[in-house]
Design a protein around this ligand. Structure first.
Ligand SMILES: Nc1ncnc2c1ncn2[C@@H]1O[C@H](COP(=O)(O)OP(=O)(O)O)[C@@H](O)[C@H]1O
Ligand SMILES: [Mg+2]
Length: 310
């Protein structure tokens, strides 16, 4: 907070008034929210007594994520539309608020929700969908109602994570009727939602979700496995706090083909740890390559293990 206030002061001295004002707004908003959040009553599941959602605060921004220009443009557009909602309202228009993020695991869906939260200054409400599904008939609808009652006021980034549970269980004939009701119920609540928050549904298994669901969203964004250029950026970023010798990034990136950003992060962290423990304070191409081979083996194992084709 102190550093942020110093930056604001500095920007004011430099006559960067717009920037100073924006920063002040974010700071005020965060302060208010922290105090308000403490006094909020988080809804719980009646049967298990567990909280149905978590509120988290993030200070992340664009430097924390490496994405294609296309995704960056989509996200910036969403931010702008929401920041300038009043202008759109004058013309009877509404900003994009209901989003679907999909793509393979570890490619930045959850991280993007955190970055939106950090940049916009809206706290993140995190909802794991399997925590909402209750084994008691009818209880699930009650849980959803509690969540939507909670989020109707205020400005939040609301992330319904692992949303695909709905799709998965729909294949099960026993669950089918109940799940169908849950889906319809959820869609209706999404349709009726008129708050100022941004709702994001994230899934790894988009093929399980049908078109009726997709139509409800204002924007659908694919977070795919990174291209070579971004694999290089990810490797450099993850090693930035450590000394490196002249590393052959293109060669490594070539070998990282098919890896997610989370996999690449794991390779880099394991390399750093290995080097620290070996008292080797300069990372080389070969050091990374060793960990890369280990990580690839793990990925192969994951792909062939039970549940990989869910
Ligand atoms: N595009 C990305 N840029 C930088 N780091 C990433 C990116 N995607 C994933 N990561 C790293 O992997 C972690 C897990 O990613 P996450 O966003 O949770 O993946 P998912 O798409 O499964 O939600 C992140 O916390 C971050 O450290
Ligand atoms: Mg995720």
């Amino acid at each position: 907070m102190k550093i942020a206030e110093e930056i604001i002061e500095e920007e004011e001295m430099k006559k960067n008034n717009l920037l100073a004002r924006d920063l002040k707004n974010i700071l005020d908003y965060q302060n208010n929210n922290i105090n308000n959040i403490r006094s909020l009553k988080i809804p719980t599941d009646k049967e298990r007594g567990l909280p149905l959602l978590e509120i988290k605060k993030f200070r992340k921004d664009w430097t924390d994520i490496i994405i294609t220009n296309k995704i960056r443009c989509s996200l910036e557009n969403i931010i702008e539309e929401n920041n300038k909602r009043e202008i759109l309202n004058v013309y009877g228009l509404k900003p994009k608020q209901k989003l679907m993020f999909f793509g393979p695991p570890g490619c930045g869906k959850t991280l993007s929700a955190q970055v939106l939260s950090g940049i916009m200054g809206y706290p993140l409400i995190y909802i794991r969908f399997d925590g909402v599904i209750s084994s008691y008939l009818g209880e699930t609808a009650g849980n959803l109602r509690k969540i939507f009652d909670f989020i109707k006021d205020g400005k939040w980034i609301i992330l319904f994570d692992e949303f695909d549970i709905i799709g998965k269980q729909r294949d099960d004939p026993f669950e089918h009727g109940e799940m169908k009701r849950v889906v319809n119920n959820f869609l209706q609540m999404i349709d009726n939602f008129s708050g100022e928050s941004i709702i994001i549904c994230a899934t790894n298994h988009q093929h399980l979700l049908d078109s009726a669901l997709w139509r409800r969203f204002d924007d659908i964004i694919l977070f795919d496995i990174p291209n070579k250029e971004n694999r290089i950026k990810l490797t450099k970023r993850n090693l930035r706090s450590f000394r490196t010798s002249s590393i052959d990034y293109p060669l490594l990136a070539e070998k990282m083909d098919g890896m997610s950003p989370a996999d690449i992060e794991m390779v880099c962290l394991n390399t750093i740890k290995r080097n620290i423990l070996d008292n080797n304070n300069v990372i080389s191409t070969e050091d990374i390559n060793k960990q890369l081979i280990i990580q690839k083996e793990k990925i192969r194992f994951q792909k062939t293990s039970v549940g990989a084709n869910d």
